[in-house]
Design a protein. Structure first.
Length: 228
């Protein structure tokens, strides 16, 4: 008898565009949608647990502040935005995304199945901008910053993002945070060095919350509070 094997699922490219920071690709792999930037896998729709924890951990650290405003850095596949918009305790919800293709995939593409309700929420605003530049230039202030634009402080998608995790970049984050505001940064692995940089930048209550994964090192959320 000849053994039969299921053929491996080959990813299907749905859209590929040259954006302001290089190539971005949306592809389907089985039931999953995946975003690839310059050949680097960013995220997919497989789980969303860590993106939801990013938002929840930031809210919990605000100690019951009423109607807090949150800035979400990176639209991604939309899990963080959808989770924030599903929680009536959040006030203004601003998402900063630098890739017009990603915004388009949410507004009129396959990712709209995740984010359509959140984008229709009157609390939500999507800003097309580079996050590093936005935190240095905006006049808006927020109670929480939930950042998920890289694979971590030591594993950035583009070289310019390194500045965000430096002492100067974190000073920019502190500038747009209200007193007692919370900075939450997603990472694919823990970074004791980044914890030290947060403290050197003047943040308090610095800690790292682990997110168990099926295999390998846990994802984490780095949390820090701007002094009141």
């Amino acid at each position: 008898m000849t053994a039969s094997y299921d053929a491996p699922v080959v990813p299907e490219v749905i859209d590929r565009r040259d954006g302001p920071y290089g190539e971005v690709v949306l592809r389907r792999h089985g039931e999953l949608l995946q975003i690839i930037a310059n050949g680097c896998f960013l995220m997919d729709t497989s789980d969303g647990r860590s993106e939801r924890l990013l938002v929840d951990a930031a809210y919990a650290a605000l100690d019951g502040r009423a109607g807090p405003a949150v800035l979400i850095g990176g639209l991604g596949v939309g899990f963080s935005l959808a989770h924030a918009a599903a929680d009536p305790r959040w006030g203004r919800i601003t998402v900063v995304e630098r890739e017009p293709a990603v915004i388009g995939w949410h507004r009129a593409g396959p990712l709209s199945e995740i984010s359509a309700g959140a984008l229709a929420d009157p609390r939500t605003e999507v800003v097309e901008a580079d996050l590093v530049r936005h935190v240095h230039e905006t006049s808006a202030t927020y109670d929480a910053l939930c950042l998920d634009i890289d694979n971590g402080p030591g594993w950035t998608v583009t070289e310019g993002n390194d500045d965000l995790y430096s002492t100067a970049g974190l000073a920019g984050c502190a500038r747009v945070l209200k007193p007692g505001g919370v900075l939450a940064v997603w990472s694919a692995q823990p970074s004791p060095e980044f914890e030290g940089t947060l403290r050197n930048a003047g943040f308090q209550r610095v800690r790292t919350k682990e997110i168990p994964v099926a295999r390998g090192v846990p994802d984490v959320v780095h949390l820090a509070v701007r002094p009141g």
